[in-house]
Design a protein around this ligand. Structure first.
Ligand SMILES: *Cc1c(COP(=O)(O)O)cnc(C)c1O
Ligand code: SF4
Length: 338
């Protein structure tokens, strides 16, 4: 028998750009080649779908989308305080790909794969191969959720959970249907933004058939990440009844000015997405050049709040190991100042 033909999104995934020099050539930026880091690319390879490349501005060395994906020499700098496990995931791992840090919510590292590799990603050093939830039919992850009646929300994260085929996703949700204390399902995914082809009929059929309210938390950092194909994908997602939120990371040279942040929030809303979190960067090795200090972050957030309606202002937060949830930078918490 012939294997089934790859779906359109899988084809687009496979055709992603993986060679930094090819990416520069596509943008007419060959002259930036001297600033590339082969060491950084070996540790965490370049990967970017061609549809996302098409949203970059040709010949602009400061393009905010390019900066998010290009492996550069800055990543080789060793900066004190920037570590391999920046958010304490190692301590919170419960086995089976489950991270249970916050009350009522279990986060599943569904898979280690992503369609795009973001240079600032706090999971760039995560030992995925050892511990993802989808291996062995999700059995260990489901067992942990079944055993803990305090878990009311299951969060599929990664990597990117929508990197999994629909039948893999259905395998998990079919098992969870029988668990009475599960009340909500959440997906943390960048795929509808970087590879909108993923939001196809098969995915929509799976989503539309789930017995729980579904929240899709997207990840876009700049207004230029939206285009008509993304808008259409988000409209299809919303039509299933899912709530759409966005989390962004505050990134130097990408979105660290009030115009860029306001444009991101307004552009997202035009596509049916409410802002959720604006994250202070996790201090992961190789990402120090993206950091915005807290004083500037707070000033930017205040300027954003002065300009936009309250519902378009994301919460400015940081992840602190051992805390019961994301920690807001404002108002300052006594513990965060320690
Ligand atoms: C961020 C995160 C969550 C979700 O937190 P919310 O504030 O509910 O969005 C859950 N579990 C882990 C491990 C997280 O890092
Ligand atoms: S999509 Fe998310 S998990 Fe994947 S590389 Fe980017 S930030 Fe990391």
């Amino acid at each position: 028998m012939q294997p089934p033909a790859p779906r359109r999104w899988q084809q687009a995934w496979r055709e992603a750009v993986r060679d930094p020099r090819e990416l520069l050539a596509l943008l007419g930026l060959e002259r930036l080649a001297a600033g590339l880091s082969d060491a950084a690319a070996a540790q965490f390879p370049l990967r970017v779908p061609r549809g996302f490349v098409a949203r970059m501005r040709p010949r602009d060395p400061h393009d905010p989308l390019l900066r998010q994906v290009l492996p550069v020499l800055d990543e080789e700098r060793v900066v004190p305080g920037f570590a391999l496990d920046a958010v304490g995931d190692a301590a919170a791992r419960r086995g089976g790909g489950v991270i249970h840090k916050y009350h009522g919510r279990a986060l599943l590292i569904a898979t280690g794969s992503c369609a795009v590799h973001c240079r600032y990603c706090f999971r760039r050093h995560y030992p995925y191969a050892e511990d993802t939830a989808a291996t062995a039919g999700w059995r260990a992850a489901v067992a942990r959720i079944v055993d803990d009646p305090s878990i009311h929300e299951v969060i599929l994260s990664g990597g990117d959970p929508l990197a999994l085929a629909d039948h893999k996703l259905a395998e998990l949700t079919d098992a969870l249907r029988a668990v009475p204390h599960v009340r909500r399902l959440r997906l943390h995914t960048r795929l509808p933004v970087v590879l909108p082809e993923r939001v196809d009929a098969g995915l929509l059929a799976w989503l539309g058939d789930l017995p729980w309210p579904v929240t899709v938390v997207l990840h876009a950092n700049h207004a230029h990440e939206f285009d008509p194909a993304v808008d259409a994908a988000l409209a299809r997602l919303r039509a299933t009844g899912a709530s759409l939120l966005n989390q962004a990371v505050l990134l130097r040279g990408v979105n660290d000015d009030v115009e860029a942040l306001a444009a991101l929030c307004e552009r997202g809303f035009a596509a049916g997405v409410l802002p959720y979190y604006l994250h202070q960067l996790d201090r992961v090795a190789g990402a120090a050049h993206f950091e915005v200090d807290d004083a500037r972050a707070l000033a930017l957030h205040a300027a954003l709040a002065a300009r936009l309606p309250g519902y378009l202002v994301p919460r400015l937060v940081r992840e602190i190991p051992g805390e019961p949830g994301k920690t807001p930078l404002w108002p300052p918490s006594p513990r965060a100042a320690e």
